[in-house]
Design a protein around this ligand. Structure first.
Ligand code: PLP
Length: 383
């Protein structure tokens, strides 16, 4: 079986983990945690990085720090991995789901802008401007763009919208390590950005996340909240409800080794992407994800659209080419079927019905890539 996406552990992972075991520094204190945070922050060009247990809790902490309150609205794309929405519910906020552009599969900013203009109003409360929903009066506090598959939307446009409507921006950059927009890295456009290092992501610590920000107050707060909100290094005194969310040293050690190899891995991902694009162009009814000119994507997981998605999925998996369907849109899930969903022609449903992801591990061989392409071509010949 040619796997969909497996971690690439060919660097110093073993050595650094052994170092943790040899020295006894396996838990949340230890030098690899700080080193990993610095490496990620430096790589993306953020002032601060705060490592946590995973991307999901990173998103939760980012919202708390930004000041979300229960019953606030947070805007999110309807096409995303469930973790985005789960994190919104952890803070007891509610999502406003927005459909995505048909070609880039990123949040539809035109729909969003029209919605905000028509259905929200700005109010000055306690010296602060925020948007409020005209019908139910609830605050529309933040927008959480998701860089779906390591692609990005028009971030200049998104920032114009967020500034006009006084929305906090928290980027779900879980899939976008290595992606830039006009040379600026994903995760650094918002007030806070969150990366994931889960097993299936472009690099991995097994499980892990990093919150990035340029705001020193946010950074301090993130560190505080993820370590049980302890105020003194000696005494067990805590000044608010904190969380035990800090990444452990043994996983950060893997992260440091992964970051060392990241530039090379990113190159492999781009080669894989270019190969598939050349070889699969014009095959069957395949349509690639569109990438805006300003975006330089990390090419994390190769995914395309075809009306024969279900049949192709079965064919590839039966022929030892591991492939996967895309996420069910959030508005179709039981928990969110009553959420506000802004859409005119439900592109999310079409993306769900047509998208398929194919093997994209950084370590995939040229021979394996050829087999994947040949198997796909054979499938279309059977139609
Ligand atoms: C993976 C992912 C997350 C969650 O990250 P974990 O580290 O797995 O908790 C959040 N959002 C998106 C879009 C993701 O792909």
């Amino acid at each position: 079986m040619i796997p969909l996406s497996v971690p690439h552990l060919n660097g110093n992972e073993w050595k650094y983990v052994k170092d943790c075991l040899d020295t006894g520094w396996i838990s949340s204190a230890g030098s690899y945690v700080n080193q990993f945070e610095t490496m990620v922050a430096d790589f993306v060009g953020a002032k601060y990085g705060i490592a946590c247990m995973n991307g999901t809790v990173g998103l939760q902490i980012a919202q708390i720090i930004a000041g979300v309150l229960p019953s606030d609205y947070i805007i999110a794309p309807n096409v995303t991995f469930i973790a985005t929405l789960n994190s919104i519910k952890y803070t007891r906020a509610n999502p406003i789901l927005v459909d995505v552009f048909q070609d880039t599969w990123q949040i539809d900013l035109e729909l969003l802008e029209n919605f905000l203009n028509e259905f929200t109003e700005l109010k000055l409360i306690d010296g602060k401007w925020h948007s409020y929903h005209k019908t139910d009066g609830k605050r529309v506090f933040a927008i959480m763009p998701v860089h779906v598959l390591g692609n990005m939307c028009d971030m200049d446009y998104l920032r114009r919208i967020s500034e006009k409507h006084h929305l906090v921006v928290i980027e779900d950059s879980a899939e976008a390590l290595g992606t830039t927009y006009n040379g600026r890295h994903a995760g650094t456009f918002g007030d806070l950005g969150v990366f994931s290092f889960n097993g299936n992501k472009i690099i991995s610590t097994g499980g892990g996340g990093v919150i990035v920000t340029d705001n020193p107050v946010f950074a301090k707060k993130a560190r505080h909240l993820t370590t049980q909100a302890k105020v003194s290094s000696m005494d067990y005194i805590h000044d608010e409800i904190g969380y035990n969310y800090r990444l452990v040293n043994i996983l950060a050690a893997v992260g440091v080794a992964q970051m060392e190899q990241f530039p090379e891995l990113l190159k492999s991902k781009k080669i894989i992407d270019a190969f598939y694009k050349t070889e699969l162009k014009g095959v069957g009814d395949i349509v690639f994800q569109n990438v805006l000119n300003d975006v330089n994507p990390n090419c994390w997981l190769f995914t395309f659209k075809t009306h024969h998605m279900r049949a192709l999925l079965e064919y590839l998996n039966a022929n030892d080419v591991q492939s996967r369907p895309f996420w069910m849109p959030m508005n179709q899930l039981e928990m969110f079927k009553d959420s506000i969903y802004i859409s005119t022609d439900d592109q999310s449903a079409k993306i769900y019905e047509n998208c398929i992801s194919i093997p994209s591990s950084a370590s995939i061989t040229m021979n394996q890539l050829s087999i994947v392409v040949k198997t796909i071509k054979n499938f279309y010949k059977t139609l």
